[in-house]
Design a protein around this ligand. Structure first.
Ligand code: GLN
Length: 271
């Protein structure tokens, strides 16, 4: 018979302490306090097997969020699956900038392109209830994860399956936001930190990293109201190229904004 204390000691030889604690809590239903105050509590068969399997998978590089099926973003818990990218804290910058634009309008219309988990559309819908929010993804599996997250969190978002603007013919918005795939094909980063377990279609455009950004920027003017904004996330070295694309497409005041780590992370402009 294994105890909570023994299970932790076993896991600690293979994975990070915090990961071990969280997986043990998920597997057994115990709390952090139980773990500290009653390490002699027995871990029963099914929970023990689940925990041992998760520790092995985590040790092999699978991200924690895919094991627990959940990830936190901006203080909310989102369901995740290997069909969607795990939320990154730096995406909060996109939310902050979008909210700034939305708060200047009484009833903004907004679309999130490539919604994945739905974190962007759902955070914006919950934090600006006057907005009308649409979200698009090419992946049916992503749409079902995002729809489920919106339902669980009580966000009103209209979801569309399709290729960027394709499901929105003739529709115009006050704001377009996107966290598109922007990692270049063959970038060594794709082989690190659990990224091989994430959907490659959500990470990389399979080209130079700017292909999706080019498509979104080129099509956006036909889907924006006069004065409307486009804001999108990108890689640390894609700010200048993004601003050039925006200006070439007729946008004004193209700007790039750094995330909390000081890395250029979001560019945007208005018509
Ligand atoms: N920022 C992510 C990473 O580097 C990539 C996210 C994306 O491609 N949209 O892991």
């Amino acid at each position: 018979m294994t105890t909570l204390g023994e299970a932790m000691a076993f896991a600690r030889t293979k994975i990070d302490r915090l990961d071990a604690r969280l997986l043990l809590e998920y597997a057994t239903g115990c709390t952090h306090a139980d773990l500290l105050a009653r390490p002699e509590t027995p871990v029963i068969g099914p929970a023990h097997d689940q925990f041992a399997e998760w520790v092995a998978r985590r040790a092999a590089g699978e991200p924690l969020a895919y094991l627990t099926g959940e990830a936190e973003f901006r203080g909310r818990l989102f369901q995740v699956s290997p069909a969607v990218l795990i939320p990154r804290p730096e995406t909060e910058l996109l939310i902050e900038l979008a909210l700034e634009k939305m708060r200047g309008l009484a009833a903004p219309t907004v679309v999130d392109l490539g919604t994945g988990t739905g974190i962007v559309a759902i955070s914006l819908a919950l934090e600006c209830p006057a907005a009308t929010m649409a979200a698009v993804d090419l992946s049916n599996e992503a749409i079902s994860v995002a729809r489920n997250n919106a339902g669980r969190l009580g966000a009103k978002v209209d979801f569309y399956q399709g290729d960027w603007f394709a499901p929105l013919p003739g529709r115009r918005f006050d704001l377009i936001v996107s966290n598109p795939p922007y990692v270049a094909a063959g970038d060594p980063h794709l082989a690190l930190n659990g990224l091989p377990h994430e959907p490659q279609m959500a990470l990389s455009d399979g080209a130079d990293g700017l292909e999706c950004i080019r498509r979104i920027v080129a099509a956006a003017p036909d889907h924006l109201n006069p004065g409307g904004w486009l804001l999108f996330e990108h890689g640390y070295d894609q700010g200048e190229a993004s601003r050039n694309l925006l200006t070439a497409a007729g946008f004004k005041a193209a700007s790039t904004f750094p995330d909390l780590a000081g890395i250029n992370r979001v560019s945007g402009a208005h018509l």
